[in-house]
Write a protein that binds this ligand. Structure first.
Ligand code: PMP
Length: 299
């Protein structure tokens, strides 16, 4: 098991900075028992000028708020205050390349009724940037993503991740690196914790919103495509079409941009290093550490 904290680690809890080893939560609440909580997954990077930069921090904290409101969790936090608190957590723990995990959770209340308040914690731990360089062997999951008529699928809600855990564990048990889940209509949706793109004939495709978590990295990839004049289209598609792709990749805050080796054992026509995904991976890496990356240098 990874080590997330030691006796010196500090986290943010309801407006205060406390030692992780001394922080307490209530065990009589809907978050622990029913998965009724919302969270974010954010990264910070040591930039080329040596400073710490939280990537797309406003977008992440705004999504946290939207997720909380979608679930009727009281939300009285201010984005800028939370960003400032996060920088302080990083500084107090002396980390720059970090994974940051804010979590909004419910107070003691074991019924299904609305809460009058919520709690928030922000935890951070060291994470090396650009770890996942190895191409992924992906498996079509036997699990579907949650039905958007049963869940607020666009919210990053804790309970949704039981589905992610099942799919990811299944894929690893079968000897693959990661799962790919369909939506309830049999269209490709996303990975347990990342969005998907594929390349075909010089163009990129990604599942349209509605049955996925619309990732901040997905939006960044689309931005990069615009800058690099790479055509990109959001649409519904199925496994058969994906298997005919020239190349494919996942993207997400933790995964960053990571290429595929195969889907259900079938490989892709293009070498990853010659694919549009590789260009985007390089542009993404440059962007998070704030390297000015010229289009000419990429193409
Ligand atoms: N889909 C799911 C289910 C996720 O958990 C994540 C990770 N937050 C993503 C997509 C990618 O989102 P982002 O790029 O905002 O990290």
């Amino acid at each position: 098991m990874a080590t997330y904290y030691n006796e010196n680690t500090v986290l943010y809890l309801n407006g205060e900075f406390v030692k992780a080893s001394e922080a307490k939560i209530d065990l009589y609440g809907q978050s622990l028992h029913y998965g009724y909580a919302v969270f974010e997954g954010i990264r910070s990077y040591k930039t080329v000028n040596g400073k710490t930069k939280i990537f797309k921090e406003v977008e992440h904290f705004e999504r946290l708020k939207k997720s909380a409101l979608a679930l009727n969790l009281p939300y009285s936090y201010n984005t800028q205050e939370l960003i400032d608190a996060t920088y302080q957590v990083l500084e107090k723990n002396n980390i720059q390349d970090a994974y940051i995990r804010p979590l909004v959770f419910a107070p003691a209340n074991m019924s299904f009724s609305k809460n009058t308040e919520s709690y928030i914690t922000i935890e951070a731990w060291q994470m090396q940037p650009f770890l996942g360089e190895k191409l992924l062997r992906v498996m079509t999951s036997s699990f579907e993503r949650p039905n958007p008529k049963g869940f607020k699928i666009e919210a990053k809600a804790a309970g949704h991740y039981v589905n992610s855990i099942l799919a990811s564990q299944e894929a690893k048990e079968k000897g693959y690196d990661e799962a790919l889940l369909n939506d309830m209509n049999g269209n490709i949706a996303e990975a347990p914790g990342a969005n998907v793109f594929f390349e075909k004939d010089g163009k990129l495709f990604t599942p349209a919103t509605g049955n996925i978590l619309p990732g901040i990295t997905r939006a960044t990839v689309i931005e990069i495509c615009k800058e690099l004049d790479i055509p990109v289209e959001e649409k519904q598609f199925k496994t058969a079409e994906l298997k005919q792709a020239d190349a494919a990749f996942f993207c997400g805050t933790a995964a960053e941009v990571i290429g595929w080796e195969s889907l259900d054992g079938s490989t892709f026509k293009k070498n990853w290093n010659d694919s549009l995904g590789k260009l985007i991976q390089d542009a993404y890496k440059a962007r998070v550490i704030e390297t000015p990356m010229l289009k000419e240098a990429l193409i």
